[in-house]
Design a protein around this ligand. Sequence first.
Ligand SMILES: NC(=O)c1ccc[n+]([C@@H]2O[C@H](COP(=O)([O-])OP(=O)(O)OC[C@H]3O[C@@H](n4cnc5c(N)ncnc54)[C@H](O)[C@@H]3O)[C@@H](O)[C@H]2O)c1
Length: 331
Amino acid sequence: MNVPAIALAGLGEIGLGAHLPALLRNPGVRLAAVVDPDPARRALAAEHTGAPAFDSIGEVLADPAIDAVVLATPPWVTPNLVGRVAATGRFVLAEKPLAVSSSAAAPLAKLPAGQRKRVQVGLTYRHDPALEVLRDWIVSGRLGDGLLVRAHIYDERRAPDAPEHERRIEATLAHGMPVVHEGAHVFDWFATLFGGPPERLEDSWAVATRPDLPSANLCGARLTYPGGVTVLAEFGWLTDALPRCEISVVGDRGHAELDGFTFDLRLTTAAGVERVAFDEDRTTRCFDLQLTRFTELISGARAVPSPGLADGLAALEISERVAVLAAWSLA
Ligand SMILES: NC(=O)c1ccc[n+]([C@@H]2O[C@H](COP(=O)([O-])OP(=O)(O)OC[C@H]3O[C@@H](n4cnc5c(N)ncnc54)[C@H](O)[C@@H]3O)[C@@H](O)[C@H]2O)c1
């Protein structure tokens, strides 16, 4: 195959901010089209690319020259688009979460095998080498046994001078608590770090910091992972001040800290402190790696997508269970 022709659908924050630059940086792909129903977003994209712009994916799917589509769309429209693109035999890189509920994602779970193997899921930070380092510290026993994980995932600060951002995040909250959106990444990291999905969801909680929010903006859970690992995970959006975003793993012999934004690592043991940081910022390196793996899938160099639909659906399933149990705690 020649350089694959890829269309980008969804020209919002992550579409224009991360996928488009990654597509333009990668000499192994050709950006063949951009799609967004919002003319203002198409105009913004035009500042960076001369690729033809369309208001619906239909035009892209009618063009036989296009090999693949990157979907950077809201999760309440993504499942239908994945199904439409996959049905044409094209490759899809679909943003997380795949949907806002398992029932909305059910058609994806039933895709025929031939289509499934063409769908990669945008669990972008799975590709970060920092996760491999942290996994190595865990499995090699450097932290000891009896691990306790504390994940504090705080993002989407409410800034008084950014009302549009606040409006967009509130609109997203109407489709589920922060865990539904952030949990896609975080539960995928835990599955990678601890060798599988949680064995038990022990309990969940939620707090709304304002009564007028469409759903609770703080929520969390206690889970047990394989090997008896206890995870305390909390997710928060839309506060004027954000607590530190980080994941830390405490064991008898060491304490590992992963910065939630940079993925810089720090390991503290009796021998001292070890730090690990990688080149480029986390977004650049992970979106580049993700796109490289997608091009390998398109070219046939990679037989199965990584991460694939099963990974995206598994992360959605546990995120949803946490949200449902947390909603009960509010009732
Ligand atoms: N992988 C990551 O690190 C990461 C980071 C941020 C967001 N995300 C995910 O990416 C998705 C998009 O997030 P965002 O912050 O960019 O949202 P956004 O609201 O800023 O952008 C979404 C864009 O999709 C467009 N859109 C809506 N329906 C469409 C359709 N049918 N066809 C084409 N475009 C359509 C909207 O007009 C909008 O411009 C979400 O699922 C979010 O969770 C992933």
